[in-house]
Design a protein around this ligand. Structure first.
Ligand code: CA
Length: 241
């Protein structure tokens, strides 16, 4: 089963946001709505969408400011952004594209056109998604979109838990010591204590929830590993049998 592409709709006018959301749902997308820069940033931090529809005129930070920030951040720089706005003249269109928007659509727009533009930016980004997907059992990590799911259910991870899982899943079934994980996941931060790893492993397990959490195994005296067949399950199965 394919997961539905997520579209973050950043729009402060509820009627327009609802209209867009309804149309997206009918067309096989999963809309996530945000009414301003603060809620939009929270959604971006929780899980990167496949596409952002970004209204220009928002209370607080403008869509233009948000587009610039996301485009300049390594984590979000590849997420396609379509600017949505009442401003239709050429100067504004150029400013939007300069800020890093992939496309631009002026209000009022037809939902048909909007959907066509979304599909177009997704097609352009598609090859990156394919190469960057790693799966162990039912656990899936898509490095192009920073999304994680288990059995097609999305899982929200903090940035460190995401990096930790990214390392474990791309080096699955192998045991990694805390020192190795610090090197690989935290980089050169030698001042970080090894128990920091334990704290983040714990958080990762909580975020994954059952049944995925048991896939992150503690190997006594050695470290951690991500495995498709956790010992805990193997033991309970052999007891049951
Ligand atoms: Ca607006």
């Amino acid at each position: 089963m394919r997961r539905l592409p997520t579209v973050l709709v950043v729009e402060d006018e509820p009627a327009i946001a609802e209209l867009i959301a309804v149309n997206l749902r009918h067309s096989g997308f999963r809309p996530v709505c945000a009414i301003d820069g603060v809620t939009a940033q929270a959604e971006m931090d929780a899980a990167l969408p496949d596409v952002v529809l970004l209204d220009w005129m928002l209370p607080g930070e403008s869509g233009l400011t948000l587009a610039k920030r996301w485009r300049n951040h390594p984590r979000s720089k590849t997420v396609p952004i379509i600017m949505l706005t009442a401003r239709g003249d050429e100067v504004d269109r150029v400013a939007g594209l300069d800020a890093g928007a992939d496309d631009y659509i002026a209000k009022p727009f037809s939902t048909k056109e909007l959907l066509a533009r979304i599909r177009a930016v997704l097609r352009r980004r598609a090859p990156e998604h394919d190469v960057a997907t790693v799966r162990v059992g039912k656990l899936l990590l898509d490095a192009a979109t920073f999304r994680v799911s288990y059995d097609d259910q999305p899982i929200k991870l903090g940035p460190t838990e995401y990096k930790l899982l990214n390392y474990l899943i791309t080096h699955a079934e192998r045991v990694h010591s805390r020192a190795q994980l610090l090197d690989q996941v935290w980089g050169d931060h030698v001042f970080i204590e090894e128990r920091t790893v334990d704290v983040h492993v714990k958080r990762l397990r909580v975020a994954l929830g059952e049944p995925a959490a048991v896939m992150v195994e503690t190997v006594r005296g050695a470290g951690y590993r991500l495995t498709e067949r956790p010992e805990a399950l193997a033991t309970s199965r052999s007891i049951a049998a």
